[in-house]
Design a protein around this ligand. Structure first.
Ligand code: SAH
Ligand code: SF4
Length: 399
């Protein structure tokens, strides 16, 4: 019997690679399209369930490939079932987490790209783990397949049980931004499929670029999950080679850059990566990215009470973006700042900015012509919000 780990993982393969495998097996190439459809449209969990394939081929797939859908060890649910955090144990024992967030008009999965992270940002739970392992394309794809399955079940349950329909009061509804609170048409859940992917779970995507990008291509394939490039967003701590590389890709996925401080001294204290890629270089790469792609970039800014959330920090940030700090300005119509009140990580001597401070920070940026929203987090109570993912350690802490 062959060692399971050395067999090709079906979730690792692009359609072209699947076609090559079928050709090598003496099968017609269209078998690969059938398999792809079974994996990503029908969401089967075993080759034996691919009933449009000849039995002999199904058996050969079982014997000579791996299909390991991720089965969560635990699922934590919050926001009346609209936020679901899954803890998965990968084949070699490491733990990763994914979070599904269901909104009235869309469903977003936040997936991990590494187990742990080596970037060491001082406010982040994942960072405390260090880098445990890079995820394979298949590990990343499988998290999205879990979310797609979860959405299929959610849609089916809603048909059966109207109690899952939105209640009269809309207190259950946590919008993405404070601005959204005014929009009334979105009050009823119309979403039935997974619609968005954010690469904002555990890990730094650009530190695992090749494998992560292969996953993006598999997820985008119209013959599979068919996730639109514009429905995918990657967040980076600011690895410049990754930003430059993304600018050259043909798939126009969205980019978010973690900024968190308006000057190098503070940014280096919060994010060690800033010593390698300081603000001037980061902004130059961002300017080039904007010039090449013409696509909007968002800057994420985690607000830490008393550390980076004073009015002077906001004014300095505005000046930085507007080019008043000695740097060339960024094209402001393509820039957006997303403020994230820090989500508590037990044991960290940091505080979440009070709402009043968050709103003042936002007002200062807006007065200076910078688009700025505040992200209201999902799943803080189950440690599923940004920066709270820490696998087993997070669970222990959370009880
Ligand atoms: N490694 C990437 C993507 C994963 S983190 C990055 O750092 O951009 C996704 C976002 O959550 C980042 O902006 C990160 O800075 C932020 N974050 C980390 N810890 C957080 C916390 N405790 N509360 C709120 N946001 C946090
Ligand atoms: Fe890594 Fe992002 Fe956490 Fe920093 S914020 S330690 S880059 S996951």
């Amino acid at each position: 019997m062959m060692n399971q780990d050395t067999l090709p993982n079906l979730y690792d393969l692009s359609l072209a690679e699947m076609e090559r495998l079928m050709t090598a097996w003496g099968q017609p190439a269209y078998r690969a399209r059938q398999i792809f459809r079974q994996l990503y449209v029908n969401l089967v969990d075993s080759p034996l369930a691919m009933t449009d394939l000849p039995l002999a081929l199904r058996e050969r797939l079982v014997a000579e490939t791996r299909l390991a859908p991720l089965a969560p060890e635990q699922v934590h649910v919050a926001d009346q079932g609209l936020t679901r955090k899954a803890l998965f144990r990968l084949e070699n024992g490491v733990l990763i987490e994914s979070v599904l967030m269901i909104y009235p008009d869309r469903a977003t999965v936040c997936v991990s790209t590494q187990a742990g992270c080596g970037m060491g940002c001082v406010f982040c739970a994942t960072g405390t783990l260090g880098l445990l392992r890079n995820l394979s394309p298949g590990d990343i794809v499988a998290q999205v397949v879990w979310a797609a399955r979860e959405m299929r079940r959610f849609a089916a349950e809603r048909c059966i049980s109207p109690s899952l329909a939105p209640p009269d009061d809309d207190s259950w509804w946590t919008p993405d931004t404070l601005e959204d609170q005014g929009s009334s048409e979105a009050r009823s859940i119309s979403v039935s499929r997974l619609s968005n992917i954010v690469f904002m779970g555990m890990g730094e995507p650009f530190a695992n670029y090749d494998r992560w990008w292969r996953a993006v291509e598999i997820l985008h394939d119209p013959r599979g999950l068919n996730m639109g490039a514009r429905s995918m967003t990657v967040s980076t701590v600011g690895l410049i080679p990754g930003i430059r590389r993304l600018a050259t890709e043909t798939l126009p996925i969205n980019l978010a850059i973690s900024l968190h401080a308006p000057d190098d001294a503070l940014r280096s204290a919060l994010m060690p990566v800033n010593r390698r890629y300081p603000l001037a270089a980061l902004f130059e790469a961002t300017r080039d990215y904007l010039a090449v792609t013409g696509r909007r970039v968002s800057f994420e800014y985690v607000l830490l009470q008393g550390k980076n959330d004073e009015p002077e920090h906001a004014a300095k940030l505005a000046a930085l973006l507007r080019g008043e700090a000695g740097m060339t300005p960024l094209p402001l119509h393509l820039v957006h700042v997303n403020l994230i009140p820090w989500n508590p990580v037990p044991g960290m001597p940091l505080g979440r900015s009070e709402r009043r401070r968050v709103l003042t920070f936002q007002r200062i940026l807006r007065e200076r012509g910078i688009a700025c929203t505040v992200r209201v987090e999902r799943g803080v109570s189950i440690a599923a919000a940004c920066g709270q993912l820490a696998g087993e350690r997070g669970l222990k802490v959370g009880g």
